[in-house]
Design a protein around this ligand. Structure first.
Ligand code: SAH
Ligand code: DHB
Ligand code: MG
Length: 230
């Protein structure tokens, strides 16, 4: 089984379940033209985020790691007219590309692109006493995932959902001796989850056009269920 086959299957899924989408395709093209790395979620993954937001009835979304706004657009399209996304991006140039892509998607009114180190932006959001977020998507520098998760938890309510991207990294997640800072971050994140009785989580491995990786799905502060949470 090869990455080529995974990519072909992603193409099949795109053709059958997603279809042509000029706004999203332009977002990727303009991101590429501006020199942004090709590390956005795949269409299939973007649609999964979109469906999760709809299933959950999310109104307020927090995204950490905007890049060119590809996942932001998928999430934004899931929200009601009075919905809101705050998306955090370190790189001002990336944020400009994202803002243009988000504007073209007709989501300019819904989305706030906040430029700067996410940890600082998160602390500002906490200090401002922001309303809790229904859904959080953590997809920035992988080493800081435990820190982002900790702060984001304080910005949620019981029943909120947190999705964390790129947690498996070709299986490196289980490498105890890893020196990769990102993998160390994802292992620390799993240690946090294992200790935290106020969240319920699972990690799903994925293959596709972006290789072998995975995401973690977290439900915040539901009553502990010993049968499901060990
Ligand atoms: N969610 C996007 C992909 C994000 S890629 C999508 O799927 O479409 C990760 C992004 O995190 C990059 O744009 C990178 O610039 C940003 N990033 C890296 N370190 C950061 C930090 N400390 N604070 C905020 N953003 C950061
Ligand atoms: C990287 C970041 C991502 O968000 C992703 O989906 C893939 C790769 C990276 O920094 O390498
Ligand atoms: Mg990612």
């Amino acid at each position: 089984m090869s990455e080529r086959l995974w990519t072909e299957v992603d193409r099949y899924v795109d053709e059958h379940l997603i279809g042509p989408d000029p706004v999203l395709e332009s977002a990727l093209q303009d991101s590429d033209a501006a020199g942004l790395p090709a590390i956005a979620v795949t269409a299939a993954q973007g649609k999964m985020l979109h469906l999760l937001a709809r299933i959950h009835g999310a109104r307020r979304v927090l995204e950490i790691g905007t890049l060119g706004g590809y996942s932001t657009i998928w999430l934004g399209r899931a929200l009601p007219p009075d919905g809101r996304i705050i998306t955090l991006e370190l790189d001002p140039g990336y944020a400009r590309v994202a803002s243009a892509n988000i504007e073209r998607a007709g989501l300019g009114e819904l989305v706030d692109v906040v430029v700067g180190p996410a940890a600082d932006s998160l602390r500002t959001i906490v200090a401002d006493g922001a309303e809790p977020f229904d859904l959080v998507f953590i997809d920035a520098d992988k080493k800081s995932t435990p820190e982002y998760f900790g702060i984001a938890l304080g910005l949620t309510r019981p029943g909120s959902v947190i999705v964390v991207d790129n947690v498996v990294r070709d299986g490196a997640l289980i490498d105890e001796g890893t020196t990769d800072e990102g993998v160390i971050g994802m292992r620390a994140f799993h240690d946090l989850l294992a200790r935290d009785r106020a969240v319920s989580a699972t990690t799903i491995q994925t293959v596709g056009g972006k290789g072998y990786d995975g995401f973690t799905l977290v439900l915040v502060a539901e009553p502990a269920r010993p049968d499901a949470d060990g």
